[in-house]
Write a protein that binds this ligand. Structure first.
Ligand code: URA
Length: 237
């Protein structure tokens, strides 16, 4: 932990005296809250804003996408000793997943230690689109298509479906692969969407997150995001 005025000065934003003045005048926020106490201590995970500018802290940020396997939890630790998404990534940084995929859902998950980006991507206001491929136990009817086009209600709230496409039908096994793009983050939303239409989701994978896709990443593989990709994620704001 470091004193706020020291972090601002070390960052090159201003002298320590000027930093103290800015703090006293209420021009500094830590994690979105004004802090006007001199000597307030911050850690490298805190987001510091001086006169509306976000300071780069001493943390070096890391960003990855992982193709999450089944039976892995989207968390940093688990008291039941189940495998966690962070276990796949070799780093010393305290990264965490942005949002969640169910234990049984596979596919694209972003991990980072950049709280600011995580907040942006999870904020409902920015309506980040995510595409899922669901294997369901049945074949969608004309009536289901109409419902999907009109948007389905779950807990008295519409699920806005940005796009959907039937990718494959297996008439013998009576199953289909349906691609759905949505931009909301309610828990189990895709499974609940199909449940509402009276289908079970047998398999679920997230194939896209905004402009990112899995590319050649196999199950359990990951890669760092490029600077351009990180910038483009920030620009979704
Ligand atoms: N919707 C679900 O039902 N499960 C997921 O893991 C993600 C979206």
């Amino acid at each position: 932990m470091e004193r706020l005025q020291k972090v601002i000065a070390n960052n090159g934003y201003s002298s320590r005296r000027k930093a103290e003045e800015l703090i006293s005048k209420g021009r500094v926020k830590v994690n979105g809250e004004v802090v006007n106490t001199l000597g307030f201590k911050v850690s490298e995970d805190d987001i510091i804003e001086v006169e509306g500018n976000i300071l780069k802290t001493l943390t070096t940020y890391e960003y990855y996408i992982l193709n999450k396997p089944r039976e892995v939890i989207c968390s940093v630790s688990d008291d039941k000793k189940r495998k966690c998404v962070v276990d796949y990534i070799k780093t010393e940084a305290r990264i965490y997943p942005i949002g969640r995929l169910d234990y049984d859902t596979t596919g694209l998950i972003i991990l980072t230690n950049d709280g600011l980006l995580a907040n942006i991507l999870m904020h409902p206001h920015y309506k980040i689109k995510k595409t899922y491929i669901a294997k369901i136990n049945g074949i969608l009817t004309e009536d289901d298509f109409k419902k999907l086009r009109k948007n389905v209600m779950i807990d008295n709230r519409k699920v806005i479906i940005d796009n959907f496409k039937v990718k494959k039908i297996d008439k013998i096994k009576n199953t289909s692969l349906v691609e759905v793009t949505i931009h909301e983050g309610r828990n189990h939303i895709v499974r609940r969407l199909f449940e509402t239409l009276h289908y079970d989701v047998l398999k679920l994978t997230r194939s896209k997150y905004a402009f990112l896709d899995l590319g050649h990443l196999k199950s359990g593989e990951y890669r760092p995001l490029s600077k351009e990709e990180v910038k483009a994620l920030y620009n979704l704001k």
